[in-house]
Design a binder for this molecule. Structure first.
Ligand SMILES: [Zn+2]
Ligand SMILES: [Zn+2]
Length: 164
């Protein structure tokens, strides 16, 4: 009788041992899976941000094409060579970019991104400040102004702004 009791005791502890083993393996498996999920999420988030940026650039290009088409259809006058030459130009310096980095960290839209190509300015870039105070790469805005006298961001007539 005593022998059967101890057998039963042994059986119970073996079952507990197996349950404990399974529980530990389960916890380990859950930890591993959640680790992988977190990594995958970060990867997907980065990929989504990259794609959103691409979409933004494509939408901008589409808007520019639409504006150009509109200018062509309405025969809007463009700026003369002399007017384009008279626009204020400067070179981007380290100082210009510093406050912009702070803006980016605060999730504000960077004011130092070219509105035509949507690239952030780098030190040494030659930029033009239009009379509406919007800034663009010289190389990006000059071809635009030879066919259109409106700022591509605020659609104000640069000719009118120069005249006033
Ligand atoms: Zn540009
Ligand atoms: Zn503007």
């Amino acid at each position: 009788m005593a022998n059967a009791d101890s057998d039963e005791g042994l059986g119970t502890s073996t079952i507990f041992g197996i349950i404990a083993g399974i529980s530990i393996s389960l916890v380990c498996a859950i930890l591993l899976v959640s680790c992988a999920v977190v990594k995958r999420r970060a990867l997907l988030r980065r990929e989504r941000e990259r794609l959103e940026r691409q979409i933004q650039i494509l939408q901008r290009q589409r808007d520019m094409v639409a504006l150009l088409q509109e200018a062509k259809n309405s025969h809007t006058s463009c700026l003369s060579e002399a007017q384009i030459k008279s626009l204020s130009r400067r070179t981007i310096s380290e100082k210009d970019i510093e406050p912009c980095k702070a803006d980016l960290e605060n999730q504000n839209q960077s004011t130092l991104t070219c509105g035509v190509c949507l690239m952030d300015y780098s030190v040494g870039d030659l930029v033009i400040s239009l009379p509406c105070s919007h800034v663009f790469h010289d190389a990006c805005i000059v071809p635009w102004l030879t066919t259109n006298d409106k700022c591509p961001l605020c659609i104000k007539s640069i000719k009118n702004l120069i005249a006033n």
